[in-house]
Ligand binder design. Structure first.
Ligand SMILES: [Zn+2]
Length: 150
């Protein structure tokens, strides 16, 4: 079976996108660590690919996946990728075990969630909106205060 790295380097748009979605969804180190190590190679191989996309450019999703790998390489938590990315559905992240939904406003198209990262405990205020497509704006409340930190 081809690995995600094979897919990323395949120069085949549909395979690259498959790897992009898996990378965005996954927190599995066995799956992601080889990608983190090959990040410069992946960037070179995908730099001039046009992945298409209708409402939201698929190249934007590719950039998102690479940003996730990059932040992980810098030693940041997986949740560092949430702010600025509008495609993380809190309910799916909760189902995947990536975050816990602590509370929500009245359910509806426009609503808010309070979520806690399952790894580092960082709490986010998440605003859900609907403009052409459903989006979620994640804002960190700030890390849990530890003694000695400013
Ligand atoms: Zn986290």
């Amino acid at each position: 079976m081809p690995t995600l790295l094979d897919d990323f380097l395949s120069r085949d748009g549909s395979r690259v996108l498959h790897a992009v979605w898996e990378t965005i969804r996954s927190r599995d180190p066995e799956q992601l660590q080889p990608l983190v190590e090959a990040l410069p190679l992946i960037r070179r191989s995908t730099a001039d690919l046009d992945l298409g996309g209708m409402i939201y450019s698929n190249n934007g999703h590719l950039a998102h996946a690479l940003t996730k790998l990059e932040k992980h390489r810098e030693g940041r938590c997986w949740c560092a990728v949430y702010p600025g990315m509008l495609t993380h559905d809190p309910r799916k992240e909760d189902t995947s075990g990536n975050v816990r939904i602590l509370s929500t406003s009245e359910p509806g198209w426009s609503m808010t969630y309070v979520c806690e990262c399952a790894v580092c405990g960082l709490v986010f205020d998440v605003e859900q909106g609907d403009h052409h497509f459903m989006w979620w704006d994640w804002k960190p409340r700030g890390p849990k205060r530890r003694r000695g930190e400013v």
